[in-house]
Design a binder for this molecule. Sequence first.
Ligand SMILES: [Mn+2]
Length: 334
Amino acid sequence: MPSESTFRHFETTLKEIALFLEEGKRFIIMTHKDSDPDGIGSMLALGRALENGGKEALLVSDEPLHAPVSLLKGAEKIVQDVESGLYFDGVIVMDSGEIKRVGGPLSYLEGPLPVINIDHHESNGLFGDFNLVDSSRSSTSELVFEVIGAAGLRIDADTAENIFAGIQADTGSFRYNNTTASSMRIAADMIDLGANPWQISRTMMQERSLSQLKLLEIALGSLEFYHNGEIGVVTISLDMFNSTQAGMVESNRFIDYPRFVQGVELAVLIRQTGENDYKFSLRSNDRVNVAELSGRFGGGGHIRAAGFECHGPLVCLKDKFLKEAGRYLDGKCD
Ligand SMILES: [Mn+2]
């Protein structure tokens, strides 16, 4: 539970952001790399609400969007480049714990423009001029709902759909332990405002591509268990991505396969991103603080969902990681 002073701080920041949005006219909005439905859904929701309120919002992602995020309402408006010479009143960064995770033109974050940082990662570095950061929220989409309300903007059906999609994705369809009464209430409000849960589920969770299924088939062959079955690991190499023509985002949920095996506390998805580059994604079920464990390797995230990127030969990286993870599982991590 956030303390009373944190809550007061949250309310003050929320009001400041609302005022800033009311006074400004044009905003540039971005999210993290390897975009997900919460990041993109947040951008689309706030962007549309601002436009409906007579403002302009430029939505930028430096990578082309893949399904399912490319199927969100309004995703076609997201551009990859920004024309030079455009003027903005502020930069809004969604769902990104740190500046180096941002998948957009960083020059706008390094310049004089005010930065609004809206996020729910525990490890958020508070890099903005306004930091609406609350790790007790299931998703950034929940925070966007608050911002839209505080700024007196309207939520139409498309906006509602994107907020719903973000909450649904980050709570694993209201199953993960970040699901709260508030996330369900906001989701229910979004249904009242025109979001269709069945359509969103079909689009976001159930539209499997053939390439994704082929990748899953090979990836499951890599399943390994360590530490008396408490650690479950799936490893996907570049060759596997190439041979199946599947993209990184298509494997985002593969971590749930080891995670929900009986006896597993820590699930790990290792993905190769370059010759000697790897991305480790971590999920825990009850005990291990994976934000802290990831922090030991220069990454971060939430208590139950986090990750880091590293460079080196896989055997060494894995060895080092498994040793450290074992200490966490044995409660010897101080
Ligand atoms: Mn999120």
